[in-house]
Design a protein around this ligand. Sequence first.
Ligand SMILES: Cc1ncc(C[n+]2csc(CCOP(=O)(O)OP(=O)(O)O)c2C)c(N)n1
Length: 559
Amino acid sequence: MASREHRQADPVSPWQHPGLTPSRQPTPFRTTMERMMNGAESLVRTLVHNQVDICFTNPGTSEMHFVAALDKVPGIRCVLGLFEGVVTGAADGYYRIADRPAATLLHLGPGLANGLANLHNARKAGSGIVNIVGEHAGYHIAYDAPLTSDIEGIARPMSHWVQTSRSALDVAQDGARAITEARTAPGRIATLILPADTAWNTGGAVCTAAPPPQRAACDDDALEAAARALEALAPQAGRCALLLGGIGTRNPALEWAGRISARTGCAVLSEYNVPRTERGAGRVRARRVPYAVDPALAMLAEFDTLILVGSRVPVAFFAYPNKPSVLIRPDTRVIDLARVDQDIPAALEALAERLKARDLAPAGVAQASASLSLSALPTGKPDPLGIGQVLAAVLPEHAIVVDESVSTGRGFEAPTAGAQPHDWLNVMGGAIGFGLPSGVGAAIAAPDRPVIVLEGDGSGMYTEQALWTMARESLNVKVVVFANRAYQILKGELSQVGAGTPGERARDMLTLDRPHLDWVSLARGHGVPGRRVDTLEGFAQALAEALATPGPVLIEVLM
Ligand SMILES: Cc1ncc(C[n+]2csc(CCOP(=O)(O)OP(=O)(O)O)c2C)c(N)n1
C-alpha cells in the first residue's frame, strides 16, 4: 500500500482540461477571484448564481471546504440538521412549497445512507433536490479508510442522476448540471459526489445551469380519447372520473378539472398520496382514493372510465392475501391523458376547451364550514373526527399542513374540506419520518405561512431531531403529535395480511409503552416549548394559542 503512487486528482492546468468538450470548457476570461477559487467555492457560487440559495447540511471532514465556502459566499442560507433524514426530508418539504430545489450536504456514504429514506420519499414526490455528498480525496480511496464506501452505488436507487466530480475544474459544471436535473419536471434527485480534493483544489468557475426541458404537451390522441369518453358519458354523470396526481391537485389544474366536471358530470378524484393538494373553502375538491383496499375498490368500481392526469392506475400499498393489487375493475377503460412530468394544467385546459367548458364555473367547489367558535367545538376524548373538526375550525388561511398522522389522520379529509384555503402535504414514498423534517423545509420555503405538522408518535421518533432545527431557526411550525402510544396502523395490518391475533410478543412489537414517550419533555430537550392535552377542547385551545405564538410549539394529544 505504502509504495502505491499518490496521485493528485487535478494534475492538469485549469485552463485546458483534456476531458472537456469545447462547449464545456470554462470561460477563459476570469477574474482574479475566480482564478483563486477552489472547487467548493465554485460550487457554492454556482448554487447561488442559479437561485439554489438554501442548503440543508450535516457535514463531516470531507466537506469542510464546502462548509468554509458557505462563509465566503453571500446569499445562501445554511440549515443544520442533526440527522441526515432531517436534511433530506427538509429538502423535500422545501421543494414542495418553493417549487425550486434546495441543496443538501451529506457526509460520504454513511451520511447519505442515513438520509436515504427521506430521499426515497422525495423521489416519489417528484421533489427536486441537489443532493451533494462529500467523498474522500481521489488518491485516498485506494486505502479503504473507515468511511470509504461505494457512494454512487448507495445513491443510485434513490437518485435520477448521479455524478462524481473528477477535478476542481469540473465541479461547477457538474453542479450546474445537477441543478438542471433537479429542476426537470416534476423534480428529480440529482446526487453530486464531491471528492475532497476537487473541493480544495483551485481552478473553479461559476456556471449557469441550462434551463430544464419544458413539460411536454399531452398526446393529441389521448386528448381526443378523453374528450370522446367524457362527451359520451355526459348524460350518465359519475361514470367517468378524472384521477389527479402531481401538480394536478393544485391550481390552475384543479379549476380546469372542476370546469370539465361542470360540463360532463365526471368525478374529480386524487391519488391517495399527492405531494401537495390545494384545498379548503373555495377550491375544487378532489376526493382522495382511500388507503384501505376495500373502500378503494368500492369507490373505483363506480367508474367505467378513468382518465389519468399526472397519476397512475391506483394500486394497493401492499399485497394482501385474496385481495387484488390493482384497485380498478378489470374492465375499466383507462385513458392516460398526462404523465406526472407532462404539462398537466395545459392538458386539462385543452380538454376543457375541447368540451366547451372553458367559461363554466367549476363544479365541486368546497363550501366554507360553518364558522364555529372554540366553545362550540366537539369536546371530550380526542378521536379522528373531532380532531378533524377542530383543525377545520382553527386552521388559518394559507396554512401548510404536513400530514404524517397515519391512522389518526384517516378521518381528516371530510371534516377539513371546508376549512380556510390551505395546502396539504402527504408522505409520498410510505417511509415514515418525513413529517417533522418536511415541516422544517416548508417553513423555510414560506416563512410567512404557519406550518402545522400532524404527526404520529411512532413516525415522529424517526426524525425527532428536526425539532432542534425548528428551534434553532425559529421556524413557525406547530407540531401536533397524536400519542396513541402504539404503531396503531400495524395492528390493523396484522389482521389484514392474515397473520392472526397478536400474542404478547407480537403486541410488544406494535406498542410504544414501557416506557411512554414523553413528547413534552422531548420537545423541551430540543428547545421547543410543549404542552400535553387529553381532550378535544384542550386541543382546540392549545392549537389556537400555538398559532398565535411565533416560533415552534409542540402539542402532544393523548389519544
Ligand atoms: C421507514 C419506515 N419504517 C417502518 C415503516 C412501517 N410502519 C408503517 S406505519 C408504522 C407505525 C406508525 O406509527 P405512528 O406514527 O404512531 O402512527 P399510528 O400507526 O399509531 O397511527 C410503521 C412502523 C415504514 N412505513 N417506514
